[in-house]
Design a protein around this ligand. Structure first.
Ligand SMILES: [Zn+2]
Length: 264
């Protein structure tokens, strides 16, 4: 077992104490939780892209926008494939698995993630909101056809619908597109029903829908925890800021609860 500094040990003890009393926990996660699975923590769609100009002279956020996809889906697909290649073969790490384990110990564990890598689903979490969608499901832009895509290897660009021939797209939220309304509604409903503890793990906190639930919980006296090696705008707001990687922090917390994290 890793030894941390006395202040971090004390914070881990306190967080474990709160979690042992909690019946309902919310985990808000971003690219940082997947860093321990080898995925880069870039900005962009699901935190997976740097803001550089592309070969086409477009800003990457334009290349990955709904507007460009509508007229040049081949450009958008080129970069979606690069993002998918980054995710390919990645496995859930101890942090994803720790959260999934908690399903057996609490009444409700909700995961609200910005990530499109599907690793919370792969870890087996029951209640997940993928607010930016995911890269593992494709849908037709014209008809109702949908299909699962383990990976994008060998696909023609852009991939076409086997039913009607229109362009397929992954169920991700492209830049300039609105967030999925039913998922947002589900999240707001859950927030209204309430949580006993709120975690923010590996998020860069650039979006208000990421920060606000944490700020609101902190203001309502609900224990709040941030796990992130680098400080963010939330670090001052939360009750417990843990400057640790997601996997080591979650492993240390579950150790204290005597919960063994299921192996992959
Ligand atoms: Zn179709």
């Amino acid at each position: 077992m890793t030894n941390f500094s006395p202040s971090i040990e004390a914070a881990l003890d306190a967080v474990a104490g709160h979690l042992s009393q909690a019946r309902r926990a919310l985990f808000i996660t971003g690219a940082g939780i997947s860093a321990d699975s080898g995925l880069p923590t870039y900005r962009g769609v699901g935190g997976l892209y740097n803001s550089e100009a592309t070969d086409e002279g477009l800003h990457i956020e334009e290349a990955l926008s709904g507007d460009v996809f509508a007229v040049r889906p081949d450009i958008t697909w080129k970069y979606l494939i690069q993002i998918e290649e980054n995710c390919r073969g990645a496995k859930p790490n101890a942090a994803h698995r720790a959260i999934a384990c908690l399903d057996q110990h609490l009444d409700r564990v909700m995961v609200f993630t910005q990530n499109v890598d599907g690793l919370h689903r792969a870890a087996g979490s029951c209640e997940i909101i993928e607010i930016h969608g995911n890269l593992q499901e494709l849908m037709c832009t014209s008809c109702t056809h949908e299909e699962a895509a383990v990976d994008f290897r060998g696909r023609e660009i852009p991939p076409l619908c086997p039913v009607c021939g229109a362009v397929l797209r992954p169920k991700v939220v492209l830049f300039g597109e609105s967030l999925p309304e039913d998922e947002l509604d589900r999240f707001i409903e859950a927030l209204q029903e309430g949580f006993d503890i709120v975690f923010s793990i590996g998020t860069s906190n650039v979006f208000p829908y990421i920060t606000q639930p944490v700020v609101f919980a902190a203001g309502s006296g609900i224990p709040t925890v941030e796990i992130n090696p680098a400080r963010t705008q939330l670090s001052e707001v939360v009750d417990y800021y843990l400057p640790l990687g997601a996997a080591e922090a979650m492993t240390a917390i579950l150790d204290r609860l005597g919960i063994e994290i299921d192996p992959v």
